[in-house]
Design a protein around this ligand. Structure first.
Ligand code: B12
Ligand code: SF4
Length: 506
């Protein structure tokens, strides 16, 4: 195959392996480049397989980029490695740059394959790099950049966080000039393909109203960023700027059902900012529902009341563990169970359905720690649902350093699936906690070692297949203020997301 660099162009190709189109960070990079008149293309490779390489190579030859940027999380490392090795072989002169969370936390590992790595927030730094490449200027002193020279890894200083996020062009729901690997071919993105891959059929619009989190939980990448930047400051966009983005999005995509606020901790915003947001949201976006995440510490009735009135429909909040000791000493989360339960009761008071995150498979947890989690979950009001994650020891995080020092054996975070938690008795009980009566849950806990422990297997599947869908329907119904039509419409998007995820896998 010809090397595109023989015929140098001023084009950038941005690649992702994520299985959905919700690639917020990469969309920001794309918009920033395009906003600065740089010809940027996006290529989405969901469910990428080695066999796809030659089809992709043909597409790359046609586009002929000067720089290829790949965005990756840890679990996409091996796709990026395989793909980059192929590309370097096929197009030896094409510069391949990696960015995103994994290259940020593990640059040396990534530089085994990528020519350069960008660490941290990179809109400005990457654009400077691209402009330098186009102008044949030196690039090695660009901030955020890491590279290898001989055996040595050089990591340049991080550019300070962008304080004024309003300078960033809006990311696009369905990015312009984007292409996708669909049904064995690279196709130009269009609405129908987009809806197949977007989460909830594209009916959720992802918004980042702020960047950063004031906390620094040991398992979260924010504990790494706090070290990299020497601060955990949260930066907010102006309300005016957010509303402008939403107004445009809702006009362009009238079938959007929800605004999905992707901020780590939306309730962290101060009350004055929130009041302003509520007023302008109500005026400009009307009754459109929105969903967000929060830490329990930042929930209060004033904020709940204000946001419920303008459409707050779902909340995601982390418990992670009911063991105070694990929370404090291992997760470095200084959030008490009382605070969590109080927040859950307040959320219930405003009739907002809530999803609670719980981390399973923590080798530092004893059986009694896990039982503490079950007990806390039994104190919160129903209906609710759990999002259960198997603990991943991501590189660069505080918990990774600790577990490595303590010689704890853990799975390679690049290979581990965070959704595949182990099938232990107590993990099953946790899964059943929102579905079955509290007394029965405690009975299962107390009989876990006795002759009756087999009973859990009798109730497990019926609860999952009969009770769980029912709880979901009730929660969706509540989220739409008991509107039957909206509930049915939403359920079809949920169904499509689940169904297509399975059907689109080759
Ligand atoms: C919003 C969010 C999501 C959204 C959107 C994800 C997305 N890709 O944008 C959704 C809900 C889909 C999601 C899902 C998941 N997420 Co998530 N998510 C986040 C969150 C809270 C914010 C990400 C964000 O938008 N940040 C703001 C943007 C602007 O930053 P950014 O994405 O990092 O991009 C910037 C830089 O990284 C860089 N960059 C990015 N790509 C590239 C490419 C190039 C070429 C260059 C030069 C630079 C560059 O520049 C960008 C702009 O400044 C982060 C936490 C965090 N602090 O990052 C977790 C986080 C990214 N998620 C994480 C995980 C684990 C997941 C899940 C696997 C499960 C889960 N537990 O949530 C799923 C699976 C996703 C999938 N593969 O489909 C982990 C990743 C850990 C890791 N080491 O891989 C994080 C870091 C949270 C954590 N646990 O620490 N997530
Ligand atoms: S509160 Fe959530 S986003 Fe913030 S550091 Fe902890 S886990 Fe990460």
């Amino acid at each position: 195959m010809n090397n595109p660099m023989n015929n140098k162009t001023n084009k950038v190709l941005l690649v992702t392996f994520q299985d959905n189109t919700d690639v917020v960070g990469l969309k920001y990079i794309h918009s920033y480049l395009r906003g600065h008149k740089i010809e940027s293309y996006m290529l989405l490779l969901p469910h990428y397989r080695e066999n796809d390489n030659y089809k992709i190579a043909k597409f790359i030859k046609d586009i002929n980029p000067a720089v290829m940027g790949i965005s990756l999380m840890s679990d996409e490392f091996f796709y990026a490695k395989e793909f980059t090795s192929f590309i370097k072989n096929e197009f030896p002169g094409l510069t391949v740059v990696w960015g995103g969370i994994h290259p940020s936390i593990a640059p040396a590992q990534c530089l085994e394959y990528a020519d350069f790595v960008f660490m941290g927030e990179s809109e400005v730094a990457f654009m400077e790099y691209v402009e330098a490449v186009f102008a044949n200027k030196p690039t090695l002193s660009i901030l955020n950049l890491a590279y290898k020279t001989g055996d040595k890894i050089v990591i340049n200083e991080a550019r300070p966080y962008i304080d004024d996020l309003d300078i960033l062009p809006f990311p696009e729901h369905m990015p312009s000039d984007s292409f996708i690997l669909h049904k064995n071919r690279i196709r130009e993105m269009n609405k129908s393909i987009f809806e197949k891959y977007a989460r909830y059929s594209g009916k959720f619009y992802s918004l980042l109203s702020s960047r950063g989190c004031p906390f620094s939980c040991s398992y979260c990448s924010n504990s790494f960023y706090a070290k990299l930047y020497g601060t955990s400051k949260v930066r907010h966009r102006s309300v005016h700027n957010i509303i402008e983005e939403l107004t445009m999005a809702v006009a362009a995509y009238p079938d959007i059902i929800y605004i999905s606020i992707q901020d780590e901790n939306f309730f962290y915003s101060d009350i004055k900012w929130m009041q302003d947001f509520a007023d302008q949201y109500k005026k400009a976006i009307g009754g459109k529902g929105f969903v967000c995440s929060t830490a329990p510490n930042n929930v209060n009735e004033e904020k709940l009341s204000m946001l419920r009135k303008i459409g707050l429909s779902w909340i995601t909040m982390g418990l992670q563990t009911g063991s105070q000791k694990i929370n404090r000493e291992i997760y470095r989360r200084f959030m008490s169970n009382e605070t969590f339960v109080t927040a859950a009761l307040q959320i219930k008071k405003f009739n907002i359905p809530c999803l609670y995150d719980v981390i399973l498979d923590n080798p530092y947890e004893t059986e009694s720690d896990v039982i503490e989690t079950i007990k806390v979950l039994l104190k919160i009001p129903r209906p609710f649902m759990l999002q259960l994650f198997s603990l991943c020891f991501y590189y660069g995080t505080e918990i990774y350093e600790k577990a490595s020092k303590d010689r704890i054996l853990f799975e390679d975070p690049r290979k581990k699936s965070y959704t595949k938690y182990s099938n232990t008795y107590l993990n099953k009980v946790i899964r059943l906690t929102p579905l079955l009566p509290g007394r029965f849950i405690m009975w299962l806990v107390n009989n876990r070692k006795g002759k009756l422990s087999f009973c859990i297997n009798l109730v497990f599947l019926p609860a999952l297949f009969i009770v769980e869908p029912f709880v979901w329907i009730v929660m969706i119904f509540i989220s739409f203020d008991c509107n039957v039509f909206s509930t049915i419409r939403m359920m079809s998007s949920f169904f499509n997301t689940g169904f297509r995820k399975v059907a689109l896998r080759k």
